[in-house]
Design a protein around this ligand. Structure first.
Ligand SMILES: [Zn+2]
Length: 348
């Protein structure tokens, strides 16, 4: 099979399609013919090395060589021993959450709180290939009317955004929501989920083209170049600030994100690609009754909820581009240059 094998950290020229033996499913696993796989920060960091050279996860860095790709949709081609052969031929999307299944957190349905929590395609070989092997319990059946490209855009980012907005920040209809980094994977997911939940959504974006795109999705854009202190713009538009902020960026946007919150507002966070150590006076948080809520990835219920909404047509993932897997360099380039608004999906 063809696969993008990352063998060393480096530039775009380290990316190419290699010829590899197809993996063989073991007990409790099945082989999936990949029909679409979406790009995430994890794929970029596996190639470039993690930001600042520090491990992204508490359990350490990715081990090279590896095939990345956490967001996979495809067709089951072959099953391992003890897996029902009736599964062959089924259209599926992969739930990327891996956990022990037996600890107190897993038993209470909070798989992403498990000490053994890992992500498919980060800890295991993923879907940037013709075929990938997936544990049987990580499949979600995909009806015929859902396109593989749409399904692959959903798992990591929409599960995380649902977790942040609905499960953790408890966003309610009629509230004001600010999405920082609204053109990114989690940001664009938060924008459409915020609209779906009935919030008025303000979207911080980096240029006019992205502002137009955010507006077309029902958000009120705030161009960061025109309003580097975007909290002032938020206050001008809302009076006292927003009820909820989604900030997937980190230190570079935290101070303005926190200042955009009305007293008692909630900020929910999932990442630190923009730095880990914000320069903020903590009195700006507690004196105004503001809350900061961590939500890295969601649990299986969050995943099932967003998939169900996509299957029903209630949520439509935002897709920037669909490219052949052979154009993996262009996909990484586009992602790193921040040209995209929404997900970049590759098709083997
Ligand atoms: Zn567990």
């Amino acid at each position: 099979m063809k696969a993008v094998v990352i063998r060393e950290h480096g530039g775009l020229d380290t990316l190419h399609l290699d010829e590899m033996p197809s993996p063989v499913p073991g007990p409790g696993e099945a082989l999936v013919r990949v029909r679409a796989v979406a790009l995430n920060n994890l794929d970029i960091w596996a190639r470039s090395g993690p930001p600042g050279g520090r491990p992204i996860f508490p359990w350490g860095g990715m081990r090279l060589p590896m095939i990345t790709g956490a967001d996979v949709a495809g067709v089951i081609e072959q099953v391992g021993p003890d897996v029902q052969s009736a599964m062959v031929g089924r259209r599926v999307v992969v739930n990327p959450i891996l956990s022990c299944g037996t600890c107190e957190f897993c038993l209470s349905g909070e798989q992403s709180m498990c000490a053994e929590y890992r992500i498919f395609g980060e800890h295991t070989a993923g879907g940037m290939a013709d075929y990938t092997v997936v544990p049987e319990r990580n499949f979600y059946a995909l009806p015929n009317h859902v396109r593989f490209e749409h399904a692959a855009a959903v798992p990591a980012c929409y599960t995380t955004a649902w977790r942040m907005l609905v499960s953790v920040a408890k966003l309610r209809a009629g509230e004001d929501l600010l999405v920082v980094g609204a053109s990114g994977g989690v940001g664009s997911a938060a924008l459409v989920i915020g609209r779906f939940a009935g919030a008025r959504v303000f979207a911080v974006v980096g240029d006019d083209g992205k502002a137009a795109k955010a507006a077309s999705l029902g958000a009120i854009p705030i161009n960061r170049n025109e309003h580097p202190r975007f909290s002032e713009r938020v206050r001008a538009l809302t009076g006292s600030g927003v009820h909820v902020v989604v900030d997937p960026v980190g230190a570079s946007t935290w101070p303005e994100s926190i200042r955009s919150l009305r007293p008692g507002g909630r900020m929910t966070i999932c990442g630190a690609s923009g730095g880990e150590r914000p320069d903020i006076d903590i009195r700006e948080i507690y004196q105004r009754h503001r809350q900061i809520l961590g939500a890295p990835m969601g649990n299986v219920t969050d995943f099932l909820t967003v998939m169900e909404l996509v299957v029903r047509g209630a949520l439509m993932p935002v897709i920037h581009a669909v490219l052949p897997l052979g154009e993996i360099r262009e996909a990484h380039r586009m992602f790193e240059a921040r040209e995209h608004f929404g997900k970049i999906v590759l098709v083997p």
